[in-house]
Ligand binder design. Structure first.
Ligand code: G3I
Length: 582
């Protein structure tokens, strides 16, 4: 057993330390955050709890228009930068909030009697300056916040019609998204609102806008559901329907400002019964989000009842968060832990792809595949080693990938990314049911098409395009500096070759003859010219399913960078793979 294996076994044997929200969120590849006020970072309980429990922070106030843009030509980022500094020191992500809102705008703006053209210039300058300042340090922004009324009409604001920036309907929102994308092309851009978590006139209007934006290629990446709840959050089914329709647009859903305000006495205390009801709501929301791989962030609006906006805004209500005023975890905290720990993983219908070319239209016996999007797994990448019998494990790092119930040998795994070799037992079937399992929690099943061969050529950039993973007979990588010679053999590495003779054993690392060879006929073209195939099959050191193809570079092949295609049993490898020829 390898050292890393031994370490993993030991880890698995020792009782896991009490896991924090952050520990479990990391296993969910979920960003779990809280709104913060940087003036409180000096309070040790505040800072310690944040670093232990969250992998994301957002600015409750200091990244808004008023604090970042205090004068027509002055910007101030000191407080906002301190959030980024705090987060980076703790390997936390920063979520930005918010460029465009009708609240927290400075007096110079709201009393300036600007024309629409002037407001447009001001807003463009604001978004580009603030977005540009945080580019690369803030991974997502609430670009526009609370632009709709409860009845689905657009709210009258300085940016829309008071007097607005000179655009009609949602055009001003679109314009803000376009400016934000110019400011930071890598940032994820969200529309954020409250009372639009379930299905209602407001969420319908937001959804229609989002669908229009997606259709027209407006740079929007998600919808933020603020989730400021009372004890009556309405229909969970409707909230899930809303998250489903958002994610079916290909957009992400973020729970951005979760808190559940409840009745409190004059000292701000709630009864145990009320706190239990609150805990169930927290559990429901986390459980619902985890049903959708594209629900990728949950944030509470603050995290301790010591600092919450609720009591000042809703007299008689409070105790809305997961930690009490002394930073002790409340039932709501444990309810979220339970949801993160106990909810089954979910895998996306299109999550399983060929590990070489990322095509997900089918799988073939032995094919090395990668499953993306499973939202429960190891927090960091763990790589499997072969056992004493040179077999890769089918139950590794508490993870299994099942094809019609047969566990596949695993190459590596982490939350959201698991690579395995399809069991040869799928041969002859036309489809297979695929399930992912972590810590005994089994995912939904997805149906994948099964074909005899589904070749993908590995590439040097591991993105399935460009220079193929190809060696010359001296086992040197073929590239522009070491182009393949005509009349010489090259070794092409691929997967998806299908059944072999003799039969291959799932997960066996090839070591001794006879190494199984592909049964289906194999051909190779370079630059469109047929090149003789001398060998196609397993290779010493490769797991069964990994394929080496030895081909002779035909003298007729043109020199230079040439397209290379492998065909197995009539199925061609992906376009876009190349090889340099002398
Ligand atoms: O920190 C300054 C202080 O330096 C200054 O002297 C004082 C003068 O008014 O203002 C202080 O800033 C206050 C800020 O909170 C920081 O505490 C602002 O006045 C106050 O308006 C601001 O309130 C925030 C409010 O948004 C308006 O920006 C709340 O903390 C914050 O919880 C609330 O959050 C909003 C979300 O952004 C959008 N969704 C609703 C949510 C609740 O209203």
């Amino acid at each position: 057993m390898s050292r890393s294996h031994l370490a993993l076994v030991l880890l698995a044997c020792t009782p896991l330390a009490a896991q924090s929200l952050r520990d479990l969120a990391d296993q969910r590849s979920l960003r779990f955050g809280a709104a913060v006020n940087p003036s409180r970072f000096s309070e040790s309980d505040y800072a310690t709890t944040l670093g232990r429990e969250f992998n994301q922070v957002t600015a409750e106030y200091v990244m808004k228009f008023e604090p970042t843009h205090p004068g027509p030509t002055t910007y101030s980022f000191t407080q906002a930068d301190s959030i980024v500094t705090f987060a980076r020191a703790r390997n936390m992500a920063v979520r930005g909030h918010a460029f465009v809102w009708h609240i927290s705008n400075p007096r110079w703006l709201t009393t300036g009697n600007y024309t629409p053209e002037q407001l447009s210039d001001i807003l463009q300058d604001h978004i580009k300056t603030v977005g540009g300042h945080f580019a690369g340090r803030v991974y997502a922004w609430d670009v526009v916040n609370e632009a709709f009324n409860d009845n689905g009409s657009l709210r009258s604001t300085i940016w829309y019609d008071g007097p607005g920036i000179g655009l009609k309907g949602t055009e001003y929102i679109e314009q803000a998204f376009r400016w934000a994308h110019e400011a930071d092309p890598k940032a994820l851009l969200f529309y954020n609102d409250y009372s639009a978590e379930g299905l209602n006139a407001k969420s319908n209007a937001i959804y229609e806008m989002a669908r229009d934006f997606v259709t027209r290629g407006v740079p929007i990446h998600g919808i933020g559901l603020q989730a400021h709840f009372t004890a009556n959050i309405g229909s969970i089914a409707n909230i899930e329907s809303n998250i489903r329709r958002i994610t079916e647009l290909g957009l992400q859903a973020h729970i951005t400002e979760l808190d559940v305000r409840v009745a409190v006495d004059s000292s701000g205390r709630a009864t145990d019964a009320v706190l239990a009801t609150q805990a169930q709501i927290y559990n429901n929301i986390v459980t619902s989000c985890l049903k959708f791989p594209l629900c990728t962030s949950i944030q509470t609006w603050g995290f301790t009842d010591k600092y919450s906006w609720i009591p000042g805004s809703f007299p008689g209500l409070g105790a809305a968060l997961e930690f009490d005023a002394n930073y002790a975890p409340k039932p709501a905290y444990n309810a979220m832990l339970n949801a993160l720990r106990d909810s089954p993983p979910v895998i996306p219908a299109n999550g399983l792809v060929n590990a070489a070319n990322y095509t997900g239209d089918a799988v073939s016996p032995g094919e090395i595949v990668t499953l993306f999007g499973a939202n429960y797994g190891q927090p960091t990448l763990v790589i499997a080693g072969a056992d004493a019998n040179l077999r890769l494990p089918t139950n590794f790092a508490e993870t299994r990938l099942l094809f019609d119930g047969v566990a596949a040998p695993i190459l590596y795994t982490q939350a959201g990314l698991t690579s395995a070799a399809v069991p040869y037992s799928v041969s002859g079937a036309t489809t297979a049911q695929v399930q992912y399992e972590f810590r005994g929690k089994r995912s939904n099943a997805i149906t994948v098409k099964v074909v005899p061969a589904h070749p993908g050529v590995f590439t040097l950039d591991s993105r399935g395009q460009g220079a193929g993973a190809i060696l010359d007979l001296s086992h040197r990588v073929v590239n522009e500096q070491n182009a393949a010679a005509k009349g010489a053999y090259i070794q092409i590495f691929a997967t998806g070759g299908g059944m072999t003779r003799p039969s291959s054993a799932d997960g066996l690392i090839a070591s001794a003859a006879p190494i199984p060879e592909l049964i289906a006929p194999v051909s190779v073209t370079i630059g469109g010219i047929d090149c003789a195939v001398q060998y196609a099959g397993g290779a010493s050191g490769l797991v069964a399913g990994g394929v080496q193809i030895n081909a002779l570079v035909d003298s007729r092949v043109p020199s230079g960078l040439q397209p290379l295609v492998v065909t197995v049993g009539g199925a061609a490898s992906q376009p876009g793979v190349t090889v340099w020829v002398k």
